[in-house]
Unconditional design. Structure first.
Length: 614
């Protein structure tokens, strides 16, 4: 017995020693990493001159999702990767604008080979920043092995577009194709109860049909055509082509490919989309001849986007005590409660608006919206706070990004002014409700629900058929919600209910079409909205302040430590494997709103546009 106790005691001491050693090792790793990161940053700050390489590896967003810095650090340190990295639009524009005035930056190189689809309106804002950059008489060069449609949009703003002779450039146009679940739900014996108002409110069609209705097809085709014409207009103007010429070539792409023996790169040259077909070394030489060579790294002198962004952050002037225009970002599907950055919570977004209301330095607010909508209840919680801001004498301007539809339009409507991009997807003024019950699914496996209640409405359960009285209550609630939506728009847009209903019915519009219909006041970007807000508040001199939830002391410490440490970690490998067709389809199915936990409206009432994702 004594021997056994001694053996286990010895084992425990070994395990305890190993545990302490591992903890100390991890701690030492953190310390060394932070020291190296800080020294690396100090070295990076010694950038003398060269090209700014705009490496946009990820999706361009209005607000990045919340990521715990400690978890992210260890994930990257262990070789993990973010399958959908995000890049803040404001950071991209700040970097380009700063580089325009920076004498050290001799040229800008666009390397968007890993940029994910991000929305035409955001690309237009970056394109405008690139055009401003060129006014400084600094060349812009695009380099790439392959160009997707969004990647090429940015590349078209370059003075010179270079592509690998074995590469490919594909402009396929815009499409709105949804997944439909009717047959699947029938096979699973799931009963779907849908309530809606609006001829064009197609958000519920995936549950009721196996294909798109004629009404939805008509409405979607119009706004898709609007966006495509905007894309063609911008690219053709940059490349010295006519819109008709470019569109005709894309429509006849298959025949043209055949004429060029399947050589996409050669066809891109013939179409006038690319200036030169060069190898990677030739690309390096091309830029090196302009900005000089870095013999140590066998390339041209350069600084990459993230490193340059760190330098610009050191120079950021924080808002002073003078008058400010506050920006509140509302990005994502609208759900109830408190949500982290990168999502819209009815309570959390309302709290930010309330924070701006009680900040004496903030004299006007811009609500920057990038949302397809969501919970009608959460949308109205946000709307209430906008009304309170206006009562406090602080004008509110809604600034629409890629999407501000349905619930996204609900929270835009009460603003003093609405500014949209021509490519914004907006409107979708309509309401629907949905409940699923599983009585048939359960009966199929031998489970049944039965009992008694005091009223026809008592005992609602997804295990029982939906009571006819319950159905009538919800339908009436949906119709009331639609009238409430119409009234909200009519009151704030100086329109009659009939006029609003004529452009509502759940129909989606492009930003430029919405302006013609009176749903939008003017076309412009975020800067236009900020200027409009300042003008409404009578401000001549002002700072711009992004209103965010204050960080706790713990969060500040972790960001300071692990934010610096991540800077020295090697960049992740290409993430194209995560977007392989089969995996992408599986992810799309599993993340589809129809199967998500975003259906949290207490009244089962939603103002959501499922196809508003471009």
């Amino acid at each position: 017995m004594k021997f056994i106790r001694g053996f286990f005691g010895w084992c425990w001491r070994i395990l305890n020693w190993a545990r302490k050693a591992l903890i100390n090792l991890v701690f030492l790793l953190i310390v060394v990493t932070v020291i190296v990161a800080l020294s690396t940053q100090e070295k990076g700050s010694q950038f003398e001159e060269g090209a700014l390489v705009l490496t946009l590896d990820g999706r361009i967003v209005e607000q990045t999702r919340a990521i715990d810095p400690m978890s992210q650090f260890f994930k990257e340190a262990m070789g993990g990767k973010d399958e959908e990295p995000e890049i803040l639009l404001a950071d991209v524009i700040r970097v380009i604008d700063n580089a325009r005035h920076d004498r050290r930056v001799k040229a800008l190189v666009i390397n968007a080979g890993k940029m994910m689809p991000s929305g035409l309106s955001k690309l237009q804002e970056i394109g405008a920043a690139l055009e401003e950059f060129k006014t400084a008489d600094k060349p812009v060069i695009a380099i790439g092995d392959w160009y997707s449609q969004d990647q090429y949009y940015l590349a078209s703003h370059a003075d010179t577009v270079l592509m690998n002779p074995n590469g490919m450039l594909m402009l396929e146009g815009y499409g709105a194709y949804q997944l439909f679940f009717k047959s699947m739900l029938e096979k699973l014996k799931v009963s779907t109860h849908v309530f809606r108002v609006g001829t064009y409110k197609s958000a519920v069609e995936p549950f009721l049909r196996d294909d798109m209705s004629d009404a939805a097809r008509l409405a979607n085709q119009q706004w898709l055509d609007d966006l495509w014409q905007l894309y063609l207009m911008d690219v053709s103007e940059q490349r010295g082509l006519t819109r008709e010429q470019l569109n005709e070539s894309i429509h006849d792409y298959a025949n043209l490919m055949e004429q060029h023996g399947g050589n996409s790169a050669d066809l891109a040259m013939t179409m006038g989309l690319v200036d030169e077909l060069t190898s990677r070394q030739q690309m390096r030489n091309f830029v090196g001849d302009i900005v000089g060579y870095d013999d140590d790294h066998h390339s041209f002198k350069q600084i990459h986007f993230k490193s340059y962004l760190d330098l610009t952050r050191q120079d950021i002037v924080h808002p002073s005590s003078q008058d400010q225009v506050g920006i509140v970002v509302a990005k994502g599907v609208i759900v109830n409660g408190y949500q982290p950055p990168g999502k819209i919570g009815g309570d959390s977004t309302a709290r930010l608006l309330r924070q701006a209301r009680f900040d004496d330095d903030i004299k006007a607010v811009v609500l920057r919206i990038d949302s397809p909508g969501g919970s009608a209840f959460a949308s109205d919680v946000i709307r209430e706070e906008i009304d309170e801001l206006k009562k406090a004498g602080k004008p509110v301007v809604a600034s629409m990004s890629s999407s501000a539809a349905s619930g996204g339009y609900w929270i835009a409507a009460p603003a003093d002014k609405i500014v949209a991009s021509p490519a914004t997807i907006t409107g979708s003024i309509g309401i629907f409700g949905m409940l699923t019950t599983f009585e048939n699914s359960l009966a199929h496996i031998g489970v049944h629900a039965d009992g008694v209640g005091t009223t026809p409405l008592a005992g609602f359960s997804p295990a029982r058929p939906l009571n006819e009285s319950f159905e009538r209550v919800i339908q009436q609630s949906i119709e009331h919600g639609y009238q409430q939506f119409l009234q909200l728009v009519a009151d704030n847009r100086d329109m009659t209910l009939e006029e609003v209903d004529a452009v509502a019915q759940g129909r989606v519009w492009s930003g430029m079409r919405a302006q013609e219909l009176g749903l939008v006041d003017e076309l412009g970007d975020l800067n236009s909205a900020v200027s409009a807000a300042a003008e409404l508040a009578g401000l001549e001199k002002y700072d711009v302040n992004v209103v965010e939830k204050p960080l706790s002391e713990r969060d500040k410490l972790l960001q300071a430590i692990f934010g610096q440490a991540q800077a020295m970690l090697p960049a992740n490998a290409a993430f194209s494997d995560s977007t392989a067709p089969l995996m992408s389809l599986a992810k799309r199915i599993l993340q589809h709103p129809a199967l998500s936990a975003q259906w949290d409206d207490p009244g089962h009432t939603y103002a959501l546009c499922l196809q508003c994702s471009l």
